[in-house]
Design a protein around this ligand. Structure first.
Ligand code: RIB
Ligand code: CA
Length: 310
C-alpha cells in the first residue's frame, strides 16, 4: 500500500508514523507536515525526528501549510507540550527537509503514480489536503482513499463541546475534503476514545525495548497526563495510529457509510462534524464513518509492529 501521511506531530502522530514504518505492507511515499498541534517549524522537525527514531532517515519529509486556509492557527501545546513531542529526549534531526512545498509533493505524487494506488492519511488539520485538491482538482479521481483522523458525533468534541481539534482548526479545509468525492474514511473521537493508553498497554510497548518503542513510551507517559486529568481515565485516547491500523486490519473496526457535513459559520459549533448516522436526510453518503474498534487487537498490532523498528 502506497501512503502519504499528512501530520502535525504530536505524540499520537508519532505512534501513527511508527506503526506505518514498522509495517512492511505500507510504502510511505512521503510525510507532509502541517501546522496544528504546534507551529509548522516544529511539526516538520518532529516528523523528521520520529523517522530518525525509527532508523528511517531515507523518508522524504516536506513542510506544508503554516496556517489554516482562512483562519488564525490554533495550537495545542497544553496537550503536547511546547515542542509538540514532549516526553523523550529530543534531538536535531540528522537529515534535511525535502525542498519544495508539501502540497506540490502531494499533487505530483498523485499525478505520477498509477490512478487509485495512493492513499492519503491526514492526521492533523486538513489544510494541505484541501490546498492540493484546490490546486489540481484532477487528483480527486486518482486518490485511492483519504483515511483521516478527525471529527466526532456521539462523542462530540474535544477542543470545544462541539468540535474535534483537527476539524476545528481548519473547518473550511475539512469541508473541501468531505465534499471532494474521493473515498473518505473518517476515524472520529467515537473510535479513538476507545483506544486508551492504559498502564498495561504502555508497559507492553515499553517491553519492546528498541529506540522507537522507548521514545514512544516516554511520549505516551507525557501525552496521556492531560486526558487522564480531563476524563479521569487510565491513560488517554491514542487517536492517530487508528488510521494506519485501519489500512492494515480494517476488520478491527466497524462503521457505516454516512453523510458528513462540516459546520463552518457558527461561532458556537465551528468545526462540528454533522454525521447523518441514522439516515434522516437525503444527503449523499460521502464517508465511511467508523464507530467501534477492537481496542486490544489495535494495541496488539501497534506493539507487534513497533518490534520491527529494531
Ligand atoms: O483531536 C485529536 C487530534 O488532534 C489528533 O490528531 C492529535 O494529534 C491532534 O492533532
Ligand atoms: Ca495529529
Amino acid at each position: 500500500m502506497k501512503v502519504i501521511i499528512d501530520t502535525d506531530p504530536g505524540q499520537d502522530d508519532a505512534a501513527a508514523i511508527m506503526l506505518a514504518l514498522g509495517s512492511p505492507e505500507i510504502d510511505v511515499l512521503g510525510i507532509t507536515a502541517v501546522a496544528g498541534n504546534v507551529p509548522l517549524a516544529l511539526t516538520e522537525r518532529n516528523a523528521r525526528m520520529v523517522c530518525e527514531m525509527c532508523g528511517r532517515t531515507d523518508i522524504k519529509v516536506y513542510a506544508g501549510a503554516d496556517k489554516p486556509l482562512s483562519r488564525p492557527l490554533v495550537t495545542a501545546e497544553h496537550v503536547h507540550g511546547k515542542t509538540g513531542l514532549d516526553g523523550p529526549e529530543l534531538f536535531e534531526p540528522s537529515f534535511p527537509l525535502q525542498p519544495g512545498h508539501a502540497v506540490d509533493f502531494i499533487v505530483q505524487t498523485l499525478m505520477n503514480e498509477a490512478p487509485g494506488t495512493v492513499s492519503l492519511c491526514p492526521i492533523g488539520p486538513l489544510t494541505n489536503i484541501a490546498l492540493a485538491l484546490q490546486k489540481e482538482p484532477a487528483i480527486t479521481g486518482r486518490i485511492q482513499q483519504i483515511v483521516l483522523m478527525g471529527g466526532g458525533y456521539f462523542a462530540q468534541g474535544n477542543i470545544t463541546p462541539a468540535a474535534e481539534f483537527n476539524i476545528f482548526v481548519d473547518p473550511e479545509a475539512a469541508a473541501v475534503v468531505f465534499a471532494c468525492g474521493a473515498p473518505v474514511i473518517m476515524m472520529p473521537l467515537d473510535v479513538t476514545h476507545k483506544v486508551m493508553t492504559t498502564k498495561s498497554r504502555v508497559e507492553k510497548i515499553r517491553a519492546v525495548d528498541n529506540r522507537a518503542a522507548r521514545a514512544l513510551t516516554e511520549m505516551l507517559l507525557f501525552y496521556e497526563r492531560f486526558d487522564e486529568a480531563k476524563y479521569g481515565t487510565d491513560g488517554g485516547p491514542l487517536h492517530d495510529p487508528t488510521t494506519i491500523a485501519w489500512l492494515l486490519k480494517p476488520d478491527l473496526f466497524a462503521g457505516r457509510e454516512c453523510n458528513v457535513e462540516i459546520e463552518t459559520t457558527s461561532k458556537l459549533t465551528r468545526g462540528a462534524t454533522v454525521v447523518d448516522w441514522w439516515g434522516v436526510t437525503k444527503r449523499g453518503k460521502n464517508a465511511l464513518v467508523l464507530g467501534d474498534v477492537n481496542a486490544d487487537g489495535f494495541f496488539d498490532l501497534l506493539t507487534e509492529r513497533l518490534a520491527n523498528l529494531g
